[in-house]
Design a protein around this ligand. Sequence first.
Ligand code: MRU
Length: 372
Amino acid sequence: MDVGGRHFRTIWVKPDDEGVVQLIDQRFLPYSFIIEEVHSVKQMATAIREMHVRGAGLIGVSAGFGMYLAAIETPAHPTASGFDERVARAAEQLKATRPTAVNLSWAIERQLRSMADGKTAEEKVTLALRTANSIAEEDVEHCRMIGQHGLKLIQDIARRKAGDRVNLLTHCNAGWLAFVDYGSATAPIYAAHDSGLAVHVWVSETRPRNQGSKLTAWELGEHGVPHTVIADSAAGHLMQRGEVDLVIVGTDRTTCTGDVANKIGTYLKALAAKDNEIPFYVALPSSSIDWKMRDGRKEIPIEQRSAEEVKRIGGWLDGRHAEVHLAPEASAAANIGFDITPRHLVTGLITERGICQANEKSIFSLFPEHAS
Ligand code: MRU
């Protein structure tokens, strides 16, 4: 997507140095646009854990590039077995960074399978680069397709409203910053806006890290999409007043039975949407579907982050990053990163292959190759 009129992806291999991966460091958006250079798997693990990069798709793609960096960092082990041991350690290091987004282990496993086909270390490095780039390219294409399928939902509402603007609501950031390009929840919105439909987006701020107000609002603004930032707790009120036509959120992991893990606060929005008969859709590439898990509430690991993220808030003051305290120093705080929206609250899933219902039968009918 465009930043200041120039096209960017969130991550790429440095054009004149294949040993370096460049990425947009999201910690300082929207007030500073910083590109970080990552040279090692250790640095990539830090970038994922400390959320320089975040969002399910981008976490997976970053891990894919992290595995490639691990591969090229292995000059002391020119034999295939020494190489494999080192790369297996890197895989564990990357897998430990964040627990909820399934794209992380999906990308790492794919890299391990791909490198296993190489006979020499050199061949494995070539395969690792090819696979990292393929994961990134697929992410772009899948998000683009999600945009095309989700566009039809917005077009239907626009027809019903006879030209009045369509009001969407999203939570957190499942935009292009959470992927390589387009985003999942935002892809239909960008497609609708680009096709000339009048859309407006309610952006819930998403405490404690404010991915909504900092990232989604910035993205939409750069693309010229009308939007309004709201406090997380305002969504139910807007729904009761008829100010929301459609909710679209992303997901970090959705079970093959349709239970959805997404940023904390999503469940409450789904409940309010149900009570007000507002369609609640989840946009996701199939890399975010966990084909083994069946019960989201029992099985999906929920990330617990530092309590300090709740007790402080970061922003910018006079052009500089600043942090202030929000709670008494002595108070305990809990920082639960995600919640589970059970399948019965989800109207549908928007995937790269089309829209299906949030249930096993419908999901496997779109992805029959996973049925076994
Ligand atoms: O903790 P984050 O920022 O990595 O959380 C991810 C999210 O932004 C949301 O949960 C998002 O809606 C799903 S990721 C496409």
